[in-house]
Design a protein around this ligand. Structure first.
Ligand SMILES: *[C@@H]1O[C@H](CO)[C@@H](O)[C@H](O)[C@H]1NC(C)=O
Length: 212
């Protein structure tokens, strides 16, 4: 609902003297055509509801684009999206509440076949958590290149298509002693993944990449 409000106001609210849906800096930006349109609907709503005197007077757009109007980077519309951002950050807590930290006993258990909301919040909170660990280690500090996961990442389409075509064949699959055994399935999946990482590594070395 919040995001719908933000999208509707940002792209459909008529702003006097400005193009509807304007996202630019105003001033000398856009060849100086809309000097007082800084921030589009976001700037307009703040100036209308809060008044010029209650807005931040030295926005960063002033430096590069020589804007004259006040513009608040912590304005009303931006606050809507900062709430959405905080929401993304608390997905782990939402999962804790829905699942009661249990495998199957919660109010809404994690269920991939239903794409249950707890499945979505749990998986995306894991993704955020992994990004939170990897971003400083790989991108900022350069302590790890991301290998060997880097190689399948460079050929993700090829690995995906290859898996779809060959997943019924050895060495990606073989007859299991006990088809119900999680342990045997896990071993098979780890081996299949390792083989694809190895294939991706060889293709990387040979500079073969599939892209769209
Ligand atoms: C922009 O606003 C200033 C006052 O803040 C005014 O003098 C100027 O005429 C306005 N420019 C346009 C194009 O509306």
């Amino acid at each position: 609902m919040l995001e719908s409000i933000w999208l509707a106001l940002t792209f459909f609210l008529p702003v006097p003297g400005c193009p509807t849906g304007y996202l630019g800096p105003g001033g000398i930006g856009d060849l100086g055509k809309y000097p007082n349109c800084t921030g589009g609907a976001a700037g307009y709503i703040d100036r209308l509801l809060l008044g010029d005197d209650h807005l931040y007077q030295h926005p960063s757009s002033n430096v590069l684009y020589h804007t004259k109007v006040a513009y608040d980077p912590e304005g009303i519309l931006g606050t809507i999206n900062s709430i959405v951002m905080a929401f993304l950050g608390v997905q782990g807590l939402i999962s804790v509440a829905f699942t009661k930290i249990s495998e199957n006993e919660g109010f809404i258990p994690v269920n991939k076949n239903l794409w249950s909301i707890s499945y979505v919040t749990t998986l995306s909170s894991f993704a955020f958590f992994i990004l939170f660990i990897l971003y400083p280690v790989v991108d900022v500090k350069g302590l790890w290149t991301g290998a060997p996961f880097f190689y399948p990442g460079m050929n993700s389409i090829l690995v995906y298509v290859g898996h779809e075509v060959f997943h019924n064949y050895f060495p990606f699959q073989w007859r299991l002693q006990d088809n119900q055994s999680h342990k045997e399935h896990l071993i098979q999946n780890v081996v299949a993944t390792a083989v694809w990482v190895l294939i991706a590594y060889i293709l990387y070395k040979k500079k073969i990449f599939w892209k769209i």
